[in-house]
Design a protein. Sequence first.
Length: 107
Amino acid sequence: MLLAKVTGSLVSTQKISTMVGRKLLLVELYRVDPQSRDRLASTGRTMVAVDTVGAGEEEVVLITQGSSARLTPETRNLPVDTVIIGIVDKVHVGNVCVYDKEKARVV
C-alpha cells in the first residue's frame, strides 16, 4: 500500500463498458520526508486511480497497485492498476503526527 493525495479528477467519455460509472481520480504519491521525518512530502509522481471509497480532492488516501488492485470486490476483473482503498485520518511517525485529516492539511 502507498500514501497519496487526491489532486484532481479525470473524465473519460469513451472507455470499455466495464469501466462505465467508475470514478477516476488523479493522485500524487507521498512519502515521509527522508530529511526531517516530521512531515509528508510529495514524490512528484501522479497517476490515475479508481476510487472505491468516495474520496475527495485534497484527501490523503491509501492506494494499492498492480495485481492487488484487482483483488477488491469493486475492481475484480477490471483492467485497473491503481485503486484507492482507504481514506487516511492520521499518520504518525514515531511520536510525531505528520498528517491529521481534521486539520485538513499535510503537516
